[in-house]
Write a protein that binds this ligand. Structure first.
Ligand SMILES: Nc1nc2c(ncn2[C@@H]2O[C@H](COP(=O)(O)OP(=O)(O)OP(=O)(O)O)[C@@H](O)[C@H]2O)c(=O)[nH]1
Length: 305
């Protein structure tokens, strides 16, 4: 009988928008990675921590992979492949409703270089597939002329179908190891980071087109003046052009108000306390192309890779 405590790292990788963050959130049961229907939502490697009496699994959620375009994209790509080197297992997630494409092949080629680590194929969004044959075709497009997957799981990160079996399976394959984090901890990122991500999530959800990729959110301060006081959070929303600033502020400040209201609700749920949220919108021309600006805005390669 094997009573030893097990632990390990599982990297979740895949093209943008395939449902990696949704899967992580389903498993952890709390909002640790932000979700939106716009691609490239996840920028930093986020560890979700799943702890049971028998095992602890640290999940590394990686930014979606695509061809590097600017400094920020390069940073995102490095973060994704960096996570693979720390992993005891890799979950490659694909979208059952999308055809296998160049982006998938690019990742598959990189995955081929990994030795001695179980690599799973997760065919996600099966709740959207109506015909059995369509699912069969989706799966076989990733199994033929591809990697020799350790396991193949058709799943739905949204409804949770097959997700528990998948988690049990990966735990089964982990080696004995220590419990790295306390059982209450669900992520290793500081609260500030999660708070900033929740604000960014609301902007992504409420604005359209060019604005989303040109924003960063920085938490300037988080403090409490007294025991019974609300937690006072000051946040800056950084954009690249003044036209974007106008969009985020909205007519008579309506947009920024709405962003603040929705973000505050989620932040209060996350932290379990009342929050007073103050936001400013700042213009920083071309911040995505300047490594210095990326560092200042918290995309610190030394710290995060
Ligand atoms: N129907 C359905 N939708 C899903 C499922 N999983 C994810 N989605 C949706 O797909 C979209 C993208 O999900 P995310 O979890 O943000 O995808 P991601 O892979 O983390 O995206 P990036 O952060 O851009 O890399 C969201 O609108 C999700 O609600 C699923 O199993 N079924």
């Amino acid at each position: 009988m094997d009573n030893e405590y097990k632990s390990g790292f599982v990297a979740i990788i895949g093209r943008p928008n395939v449902g990696k963050s949704t899967l992580l959130n389903y498993i952890i049961g709390q909002k640790v990675a932000i979700i939106s229907s716009k691609a490239q939502t996840t920028r930093n490697k986020i560890a979700g921590i799943y702890t049971t009496e028998e095992a602890q699994v640290v999940f590394l959620d990686t930014p979606g992979i695509h061809k590097p375009y600017n400094s920020l994209d390069e940073y995102m790509e490095k973060a994704s492949f960096g996570a693979l080197n720390e992993a005891d297992a890799v979950w490659f997630v694909v979208d059952a409703t999308e055809k296998r494409g160049g982006g998938d092949n690019f990742i598959i080629e990189r995955l081929k270089k990994i030795k001695n680590t179980p690599i799973y194929l997760l065919v996600n969004k099966i709740d959207l597939i109506k015909k059995k044959n369509d699912l069969f075709q989706a799966i076989s497009s990733y199994t033929v002329d591809s990697l020799d997957w350790s396991e193949v799981y058709p799943i739905s990160a949204k409804s949770g179908e097959q997700v528990n079996a998948l988690v049990d399976d990966v735990i089964e394959k982990l080696h004995p190891g220590p419990q790295y984090f306390s059982k209450e901890q669900i992520t290793d990122h500081p609260e500030r980071f999660l708070v900033a991500e929740l604000i960014r999530e609301k902007i992504l959800q409420l604005t359209e087109q060019e604005v989303p990729h040109s924003i960063a959110v920085v938490i300037d301060s988080m403090k409490k003046d007294g025991v019974n006081e609300k937690l006072h959070i000051q946040a800056s929303i950084v954009v690249e052009r003044s036209s974007q600033k106008n969009i985020i502020i909205g007519k008579q400040g309506n947009m920024i108000k709405r962003i603040g209201q929705l973000a505050r609700k989620d932040i209060e749920n996350l932290l379990g306390e009342r929050v007073y949220l103050e936001t400013w919108v700042k213009v920083e021309a071309r911040w995505r192309e300047r490594p210095q600006a990326l560092q200042e805005l918290g995309y610190n390669s030394k710290q995060d890779l």
